[in-house]
Ligand binder design. Structure first.
Ligand SMILES: CC(C)(COP(=O)(O)OP(=O)(O)OC[C@H]1O[C@@H](n2cnc3c(N)ncnc32)[C@H](O)[C@@H]1OP(=O)(O)O)[C@@H](O)C(=O)NCCC(=O)NCCS
Length: 143
């Protein structure tokens, strides 16, 4: 299970996958705009899931991650996170950050299983009032 780099031509597929995973979907145009942004990169497992990240100096962040409900718990999420961590490190990042809703058990389980540690809490961060847990993974790119 090896993710490939996403291109602007993948905007439609990413929008469909995103809509399958989140109540407030982002449209094709939003993905196209992100995928042409110089410091944003995406990785995709065709028809299954994708991850979108931004890298700034020595820090990278996960902007969004989605796996289609039909193929969850088969390792796609883990493969996407690991590929993103490898790519972020190759681009010079030494930390990978993310925000996740404190009631999102699947994502919290995935991030715990992929070496992320909580570093903070943003109360009432999401539109539905849920708190966001801020998590960081050290990328060891300089050792
Ligand atoms: C979170 C998400 C990306 C996980 O994708 P996935 O492909 O199912 O994850 P994986 O199969 O790679 O799971 C890897 C590990 O994560 C943990 N995990 C995954 N889903 C879990 C769940 N529902 N409950 C608890 N732990 C879970 C487990 O440790 C799992 O390992 P295991 O299956 O060997 O036990 C997927 O559930 C999803 O798209 N959710 C909706 C969108 C979302 O919440 N995105 C993240 C926003 S921050």
């Amino acid at each position: 299970m090896t993710p490939r780099r996403a291109t602007p031509d993948d905007a439609r597929m990413l929008a469909v996958l995103h809509a399958s995973a989140f109540p407030r979907p982002w449209d094709d145009g939003a993905f196209e705009a992100l995928l042409i942004t110089f410091n944003v990169f995406g990785l995709v497992l065709d028809g299954q899931g994708f991850i979108l990240c931004r890298a700034v100096a020595d820090e990278a962040e996960i902007l969004t991650l989605a796996v289609s409900p039909q193929v969850r718990r088969y390792g796609a999420g883990r493969a996407l996170v690991e590929a993103a961590a490898t790519l972020a490190a190759a681009r010079g990042a030494d930390s990978l950050f993310l925000e996740v809703a404190s009631d999102n058990d699947a994502a919290l389980g995935l991030y715990a299983a992929t070496a992320f540690e909580p570093t903070g809490l943003r109360r009432g961060y999401y539109a539905d009032g849920a708190d966001a847990v801020v998590m960081r993974r050290a990328l060891n790119s300089r050792v």
